[in-house]
Design a protein around this ligand. Structure first.
Ligand SMILES: *Cc1c(COP(=O)(O)O)cnc(C)c1O
Length: 353
């Protein structure tokens, strides 16, 4: 029986995408070849990557001053690609948790890094709101959604310096002014596909400003010049990215996603606030629509809750090891019915306790 998968990543994808992708593994669009065996230089694959790049820009509402790349190496490689390509003198980072920290540690190898705000003092339960952004920086880096702590920016920093974001866990989950970003990147495996590919949206005018030499594979300019095909790209992952982006588009684009995601998040947060056994982790105003982190007030109830989840076919809700408790990741592809089921299990736990 298909499980209700609340895993933080790799994570749930639309069922129709699983079906189309598995068909393409056998016979890709009636070519008599598997998607796994066609050349990345074949017209069939070129068509896939071109459609995926164009659709990524279209969904984000970005014009041709931007480029979309599908690169190797996950978001973690972007942690170093960003400073490699953009950091000449100084960058500012906002520390909102584990991933933000990993990003800024890489940047420190390339230049001066100023951490202008941190939410460490509250155990990363909030998004910092008061800070001043230096004018003499090459860019400001934020993490739009903090996957581990379940916090999310609900309004973006206002600044004239280039804004860079790791949006791995909330890319294309809501409407947002993407043109506020000079670079926005996301590992695929949360909202837009399988692990392997990494979507990077880049405003071209931010490039060409550093004096260092950049290795070809990491150079955004080189990747743009080679139309995201400097070497063999992650062909299958990119094909699945295309299927997911088409699914998002068919569901009403980012507006459609946002509506659905708001309904799902409200349902589960309402139960967290109502249920006397449960404690939400993040501050209410900064709660993530994607990762819902909660604890049971009495941890001895975890045995019963785990058993009830298992019985209901709920999988992947154990919290990150640094926070404990539970984390329900309710990405784009998570159906409302699965969230409803989790709410029912929390109510069942209350009745049985
Ligand atoms: C999962 C995650 C990452 C790590 O992504 P990789 O693709 O494994 O490198 C980075 N940032 C955020 C916000 C994440 O959620």
């Amino acid at each position: 029986m298909k499980k209700h998968n609340f895993s933080a990543g790799p994570s749930i994808l639309p069922q129709t995408v699983f079906e189309k992708a598995s068909q393409a593994v056998i016979d890709f669009e009636n070519t008599g070849l598997s998607i796994l065996e066609i050349s990345h230089r074949s017209s069939e694959f070129l068509n896939v990557i071109e459609r995926a790049r164009a659709l990524a820009l279209e969904l984000a509402g970005l014009d041709d001053s931007y480029e979309a790349l599908f690169l190797h190496g996950g978001a973690s490689t972007q942690f170093l690609s960003v400073p490699y390509n953009l950091l000449e003198n100084k960058a500012a980072y906002i520390d909102t948790g584990t991933w933000a920290n990993k990003a800024l540690k890489e940047a420190q190898m390339f230049g001066k890094v100023e951490v202008i705000a941190s939410s460490k003092d509250t155990g990363y339960r909030h998004i910092p709101k008061e800070y001043s952004i230096p004018k003499d920086i090459d860019y400001l880096h934020i993490t739009t959604n903090n996957t581990i702590y379940g916090t999310q920016y609900h309004s973006l920093p206002t600044t004239k310096v280039p804004l860079v974001a790791d949006a791995s866990s909330d890319i294309f989950s809501r409407t947002m002014d993407y043109s506020k970003f000079s670079v926005i990147y996301a590992g695929s495996q949360k909202n837009i596909g399988p692990s392997g590919s990494t979507l990077v949206l880049i405003k071209k005018d931010v490039l060409g400003k550093v004096s260092r030499k950049i290795p070809s594979i990491l150079s955004y300019e080189n990747q743009i010049g080679n139309e995201s095909m400097f070497n063999t790209p992650t062909t299958f992952s990119i094909y699945v990215n295309l299927l997911v982006l088409e699914w998002i588009q068919a569901k009403g684009g980012l507006q459609g996603m946002e509506k659905l995601n708001q309904v799902k998040a409200e349902l589960i947060y309402n139960e967290i606030d109502r249920n006397p056994l449960v404690l939400g982790y993040a501050n209410t105003e900064d709660r993530s629509l994607m990762n819902v982190v909660f604890n049971l007030k009495d941890t001895s109830a975890e045995i019963l809750f785990d058993a009830l989840c298992e019985e209901a076919g709920i999988s992947g809700i154990k919290g990150h090891r640094s926070v404990g408790g539970y984390r329900a990741s309710i990405y784009n592809a998570m159906p409302l019915e699965s969230v409803q089921l989790l709410v029912e299990v929390l109510q069942l736990l209350e009745r049985k306790s």
